[in-house]
Design a protein around this ligand. Structure first.
Ligand code: SF4
Length: 376
């Protein structure tokens, strides 16, 4: 492999990785330009296995989008409706949000993941009460709710600082932030695809504040639309720089752009090979973020399985209901059982580990499952 890497012009990058040195913007661009996807995967897999061996994490979660009413106009979004009452718009009552958890009283869920549109008319108490209600119904559940974009919107709408919003939500039960809303940090791209929502500096500042308040979070990257290779690597480097300061990011999550039913529908969306390449380069660039996640809803199940050999060590969770990607044309299932996730990880040649949101092990690879029984 050393000769193959040298012939591809990746010898110096491989040496840096061997020496535990971090990669530069130029290195990242070179990796994106590498024509040999398997060599790139080999490098990324080596970094993955240094950290996690064959372990592949997933969690038992549900996803909830309480409203799709949103005042922003992101061109890639197929989920949002501008006003309450517009065709296809919805806003759940608090009872309806809590019912989603009550209905699953028999399931050993560990997390609820909530993201919403930016609704202009709901009171702040809608969100704080939602959290309190979830904790009343199931005190041990981890609440991973509201992107940095939502936090910024709440602060502007309710005339609070970002830190005040975070503190009040934390007091109501918020445990961590999801990574959505990062899109691509480069200004050129943001101006074109999401000009009227929270910008890069504020997104990163909100995560920094959340980390300082003791919360963990994730960071995403929307790829496969108008961004350049340089802008992807720049995005990773900005996430890496904040991680150097706070250490609060748990996972980096590349999110594939899906073109159906939105204003960027003329673009094709990323290919499977591009998806593998983005996840591999993420693992190689982000030496300080522990996990790289393939969100199987967005990548497709089979590509997510392949990605487990291209730097990925996490497949998100059972999800159970998903609207944002399915309204954009995703043809993946909306839910998977834990045994289906364990099976697909095992079939891909990796070891399934159920984790909670903070990566504490819930069920290790040694737990019996159908595929393990078959391959013994
Ligand atoms: S991506 Fe989020 S902020 Fe942008 S329009 Fe859709 S729901 Fe609103």
């Amino acid at each position: 492999m050393q000769e193959r890497l040298a012939a591809l012009g990746l010898g110096r990058i491989a040496d840096k990785l061997d020496a535990g040195k971090r990669l530069s913007l130029e290195d990242g661009v070179r990796l994106f330009e590498c024509p040999d996807l398997l060599a790139l995967g080999w490098l990324a897999n080596r970094e993955r296995e240094k950290r996690h061996g064959g372990r592949t994490y997933y969690n038992f979660n549900i996803r909830l989008e309480a409203t799709n009413v949103c005042v922003a106009s992101c061109l890639f979004c197929s989920f949002a409706r501008i006003k309450p009452g517009d065709p296809g718009s919805y806003t759940m009552t608090l009872e309806q949000t809590w019912d989603k958890l009550r209905e699953r009283a028999h399931q050993p869920l560990t997390e609820i993941h909530v993201v919403n549109g930016l609704h202009p008319d709901l009171p702040f108490e809608y969100y704080t009460e939602m959290l309190r209600g979830f904790k009343r119904i199931r005190p041990g559940i981890h609440l991973k709710c509201f992107t940095a974009v939502e936090i910024a919107f709440f602060a502007d709408l309710y005339e609070m600082t970002d830190a005040q919003v975070l503190r009040e939500l934390q007091a109501a039960g918020l445990d961590s932030l999801p990574g959505g809303g990062a899109e691509i940090f480069a200004e050129r791209v943001r101006r074109k695809i999401c000009h009227d929502k929270c910008g890069t500096e504020r997104y990163l500042e909100i995560h920094k504040t959340a980390h300082r308040l003791g919360m963990r979070s994730n960071v995403t990257m929307l790829y496969g639309h108008i961004e350049t290779k340089e802008e992807r690597v720049d995005h990773m480097l900005r996430a890496r720089a904040l991680q150097d300061e706070t250490g609060g990011f748990q996972a980096f999550i590349p999110l594939a752009f899906h073109p159906d039913n939105n204003q960027m529908r003329k673009l094709p969306g990323p290919s499977a090979t591009e998806t593998l390449r983005v996840h591999a380069v993420s693992r190689l660039m982000l030496d300080n973020i522990p996990h790289v996640k393939a969100f199987w809803i967005a990548t497709g199940v089979e590509v997510a399985q392949l990605a487990l050999w291209f730097g990925v060590d996490d497949l998100d969770g059972t999800v159970q209901e998903e609207k944002i990607y399915h309204m954009a044309g995703a043809r993946t299932p909306e839910a998977m059982t834990t045994s289906a996730i364990r099976r697909l990880i095992r079939i891909a040649g990796r070891e399934p580990v159920e984790r909670d949101t903070l990566y504490n092990v819930v069920t290790g690879p040694e737990a019996p499952d159908e595929v393990a029984a078959l391959v013994q």
